[in-house]
Design a binder for this molecule. Sequence first.
Ligand code: CAA
Length: 256
Amino acid sequence: MAFETILVERHERVGLIRLNRPKVLNALNSDLIGELNVVLDAFEADADIGCIVITGSDKAFAAGADITEMHALTYPESYDNDFITSWERLSRVRKPVIAAVAGFALGGGCELAMMCDFILAADTAKFGQPEIKLGVMPGAGGTQRLTRFVGKSKAMEMCLSGRLMGAAEAERAGLVSRVVPAADLVSEALAVAKTIADMSPTVAMQTKESVNRSYETTLAEGIRFERRVFQAMFALEHQKEGMRAFMEKRPPNFRR
Ligand code: CAA
């Protein structure tokens, strides 16, 4: 399928989506979000895809919601159409999704990256929620997700002042899982995605669901949830294969 605003590649069991509006630093307009959602639906339904990577260009993951598309909205248009809701498709993907961020990840770009399961950053990455400079505030989860990632103090400073955070600070603060040289970003992301895609898909999805549960519930409830899911894994052939392979000193084969 041909798209106008994204590029889609398959690397064995990994689906790679490149945001591709280079003239506007991958500003996120409704066409791009619509195309992204079509591909996310397709990858989600495809048993041959085990992990998804979303990346941008060397200069920008995405510089935010498209200001030219958004600037003239009235309050009723913004409220009634609730255009941000369509962005949330990404946060409901059940398969693991990695954001590979180089350059700017600002506003909605930072929010989109935070909807992924983890962020791998190039040393050129710059994160920020500069919406306040435009007379608005983050609208796609920035005030909530950034605060959970980096804590109140840093999130407040970034949302209130619009200050950007470089890759090293983002790693220290826990926003990104690790930083790699920009030239290696996509290959590193594909390598870790391949590792994940070679695991049991059922176990990977349930692991993702359990980690995400920690954001939604109390510690005691989260641990009870984890325990039930862990126990249920003993019904999986993949548990038998994984543990048998360990004892037989061979790599597991979760594709059978
Ligand atoms: N929307 C639309 N167009 C954008 C854009 C955006 N978010 N960000 C950049 N562009 C466009 C620029 O207008 C420019 O287009 P022209 O060449 O036609 O003038 C092109 O991309 C290149 O940008 P710059 O010339 O500004 O590049 P730069 O390297 O000098 O600066 C930048 C880069 C600091 C990222 C700057 O472009 C910038 O500040 N962009 C806006 C960032 C922002 O405010 N994002 C938040 C958007 S609101 C939001 O996301 C709401 C939400 O929470 C959902």
